[in-house]
Design a protein around this ligand. Structure first.
Ligand code: ADP
Length: 244
């Protein structure tokens, strides 16, 4: 469903991604993992078209990601970042419904969708008219998730969505996210540097190192048949957190 073909990206002298080929399957959760600076966020931003590759191209369902079709593509992709990326001067309701209003959805359709999302994400409905700063970090991420889901996109992209949360809130949200992924059967791409989170969510894990894909597979495959010694070193560094 998502295909990256010979994609590369540099920032001045820094090579963020060497030439990368990757196919991401539909209706599954793919996790991009690797040490800080290995190119995970760059890969995600190329998929959503926030940045353009120097070579190659990304395609979603056969449609090449290019500046000319960004608005159309954005409606089919939900994007959640670490701090939520909400507009601070807009209420929860406005943040979530902004794109639907822009697209001219009728009032009742917007309200119905909002009700569905409140239930799905377990966001407290009496807080819809609060501003982001009046919410807890966990609530803000639920709002960010509602906003990403509002237009019922095919693809959901998450860039370290839980990294800034304390452990209890993080664990609650992990469970909710997993339930939502399972219920909605979306194509999910999630960036994390945390292997236990990757194992929890990922049907497939893509491990990167210095702008290259080192191995892609299930966590068990990475553990049992590492493509190179780095895979084992990366796993062992976080092994105490794993139940495998
Ligand atoms: P990760 O998400 O794995 O931490 P990134 O994709 O953010 O890694 O970054 C990969 C490399 O590209 C890093 O060396 C980073 O410093 C560099 N980089 C990312 N974005 C920019 C930018 N806008 N300008 C300059 N360098 C960047």
């Amino acid at each position: 469903m998502i295909k990256l073909k010979e994609v590369s990206k540099s920032y001045g002298p820094t090579v963020a991604l060497h030439t990368v080929d990757l196919s991401i399957h539909g209706e599954r959760t793919t996790v991009l993992i690797g040490p800080s600076g290995c190119g995970k966020s760059t890969l995600l931003r190329l998929i959503i078209g926030l940045i353009q590759p120097d070579t190659g191209c990304a395609a979603i369902n056969g449609i090449t990601v290019s500046p000319g079709i960004l608005l159309q593509l954005r409606q089919r992709m939900g994007y959640v970042i670490q701090e939520g990326g909400l507009f601070p001067h807009l209420t929860v309701r406005r943040n979530v419904t902004l794109m639907a209003l822009y697209l001219g959805w009728e009032k009742q359709r917007i309200q119905n969708r909002l009700n569905e999302l409140i239930e799905l994400t377990r966001f407290p409905g009496d807080r819809l008219d609060c501003y982001p700063l009046e919410l807890s970090g966990g609530q803000r991420q639920r709002v960010s998730l509602m906003r990403a889901l509002m237009l019922d996109p095919d693809v959901l992209l998450f860039d370290e969505p839980l990294a800034a949360l304390d452990p209890m809130i993080r664990s609650e949200l992990q469970e909710d996210l997993k339930r939502i992924f399972k219920t909605l059967k979306k194509t999910v791409v999630l960036v994390t540097h945390d292997l236990s989170e990757a194992g929890y969510f990922g049907d497939r894990i893509v491990l990167l190192k210095e702008g290259r894909i080192v191995q892609a597979g299930t966590l068990a495959e990475l553990v049992r048949t590492p493509a190179e010694p780095f895979v084992t070193r990366f796993i062992n560094a976080q092994r105490s957190f794993l139940e495998i």
